[in-house]
Structures are given as structure tokens and as C-alpha cells.
Design a protein around this ligand. Structure first.
Ligand SMILES: NC(=O)c1ccc[n+]([C@@H]2O[C@H](COP(=O)([O-])OP(=O)(O)OC[C@H]3O[C@@H](n4cnc5c(N)ncnc54)[C@H](OP(=O)(O)O)[C@@H]3O)[C@@H](O)[C@H]2O)c1
Length: 214
């Protein structure tokens, strides 16, 4: 699949690299492609690097791996027309670090960043997923040594099917479909507890495992 990964931080690097390894045609979107290509972590990456708009325009599926506070700006730069009709796999978290650590959520309870994105880009088919675990585990969940859980939220069932297919390729064997996009509120509100668990354990290498009876 032709995939645009918007974002060059740890998530963008992990997801873009792994999807390319899996045989997808990946272009990473960034503000300044030349400057990004010169960054050590991108010099040898086996992916194309382009502007947010060019990456999104050429893609069949777009991954939002931008920081929460800049996500709407990044998607505006990507261009509404370039997102129209496409699956938009949203990994962002609405974290506001302006007051230091721990960050606060700048949207919660009665709304989510995923729903905000959907309202701003009604033509995109937004699916929230993978925001609940650290990037190394997004692409290699098996490294935990036992099955753990990821979630999908979205209003478009076929878009969710496409995303679940990608999650399976990444090795996720327990994917819970939470329902419509308003269910993204719950997975985004997991972050304050995720951050505290990371602090207590001293590692980001853990994940939720939903244990059911029977
Ligand atoms: N880190 C994790 O393991 C993890 C896990 C789950 C979810 N998440 C979420 O995934 C998202 C990405 O996280 P990350 O740590 O990989 O990256 P990040 O540092 O939060 O974001 C990096 C991206 O933001 C862009 N950016 C920064 N300032 C900008 C501005 N003023 N205008 C436009 N774009 C700007 C950068 O653009 P350039 O490419 O031009 O520099 C870069 O592509 C976040 O929403 C985070 O909460 C992260």
C-alpha cells in the first residue's frame, strides 16, 4: 500500500521503517524534507521524505504521527483535499507539555483529538489506534513475550478493517474494536495513567492486556 507517515519523531521513525520493511511504499511527511534527510536518523532510512502535502497526496492511507499540539497544523499543511476519502490512522495524543511534567490533556471527557481531527477533515476516514503503547511495541508487540491488547476507534467500518489488517501485519493479535470515534476519548485519557506507570516501572516497555472470562 502507498502510505504517508506524517511525523519524524520516534513514532514516525518506527512506523515508517517497519511498514517499509513489510513491503509498503512509504513516504514520510515533514516541514523541511531536506533538513530532515540530513538528520542522522533519517540519512539511511529506506523511505522517501517529502512535504506533508506531497506525502499525503501520493498516499492511499495516511498515518498521523505528529505531536498532539501541532496535529491540526500538520494536517492543514497536508491539505484537506489530499486526505479526502483516505483512511487517516491517528496515533497522536492530546498532551500539553507547556506546564512541564506530567503533561495535561488539552481535550478530554466530552471530546477527543481524534474527533477534532474528524470534524476538521470530514472527508478523511479517521481511525484512532496505537496511541496507547510506546513506539517500539507498536511495531514489535511480540517483544513483550506474551499477547497484549490494542484498540481501534472510528466511524467507518471499512476504514477500521483496513487498519486492523495493518495492525495484524505489525504483529498485533488482540485488537479490540471499541466502536465509533467517540470511543477515542477513553484511549486518549489512558495517557495520564500510562505516564505514571512508566514512571513507577522506569520503562515504557509495557502494555495493556485485557483478560476476559472464559
Ligand atoms: N513516543 C511514543 O512512543 C508515542 C506513543 C504513543 C503515541 N505517541 C504520540 O504520537 C505522536 C508523535 O510522537 P513523537 O514523539 O514521535 O513525535 P513528536 O516529537 O511529538 O512530533 C514530531 C513531529 O511534529 C512535527 N512538529 C513539531 N513542531 C511542529 C510545528 N510547530 N508545526 C508543525 N509540525 C511540527 C515535527 O515536524 P518536522 O518533521 O518538520 O520536524 C515532527 O514531524 C504524538 O502525538 C505522541 O503523543 C507517541
Amino acid at each position: 500500500m502507498r502510505i504517508a507517515v506524517l511525523g519524524t519523531g520516534g513514532v514516525g521513525q518506527a512506523i515508517a521503517g517497519r511498514l517499509a520493511e513489510l513491503g509498503h511504499d512509504v513516504t514520510v511527511g515533514t516541514r523541511d524534507p531536506e533538513a530532515t534527510r540530513n538528520r542522522p536518523e533519517w540519512q539511511d532510512a529506506q523511505v522517501a521524505v517529502d512535504s506533508f502535502a506531497n506525502a499525503a497526496a501520493a498516499a492511499e492511507l495516511v498515518v498521523n504521527a505528529a505531536g498532539g499540539t501541532v496535529t491540526l497544523d500538520v494536517l492543514e499543511q497536508a491539505g484537506a483535499a489530499n486526505l479526502d476519502g483516505k483512511v487517516l490512522l491517528d496515533i497522536s495524543n492530546p498532551l500539553d507539555f507547556s506546564g512541564g511534567f506530567p503533561p495535561t490533556l488539552f481535550v478530554k471527557d466530552d471530546d477527543s483529538l481524534a474527533e477534532t481531527i474528524q470534524r476538521e477533515h470530514p472527508g478523511a476516514r479517521v481511525v484512532k489506534t496505537l496511541n496507547t503503547l510506546t513506539n517500539a511495541l507498536m511495531i514489535h508487540p511480540e517483544s513483550l513475550g506474551e499477547e497484549s491488547t490494542v484498540f481501534v476507534s472510528g466511524d467507518d467500518p471499512r476504514a477500521k478493517e483496513t487498519v486492523v489488517g495493518l495492525l495484524e501485519q505489525l504483529g498485533h493479535t488482540d485488537v479490540i474494536d471499541l466502536g465509533d470515534l467517540s470511543t477515542a476519548r477513553g484511549v486518549e485519557m489512558w495517557l495520564p495513567l500510562w505516564l505514571r506507570i512508566m514512571g513507577a516501572l522506569g520503562t515504557p516497555s509495557f502494555n495493556l492486556k485485557i483478560v476476559r472470562e472464559g
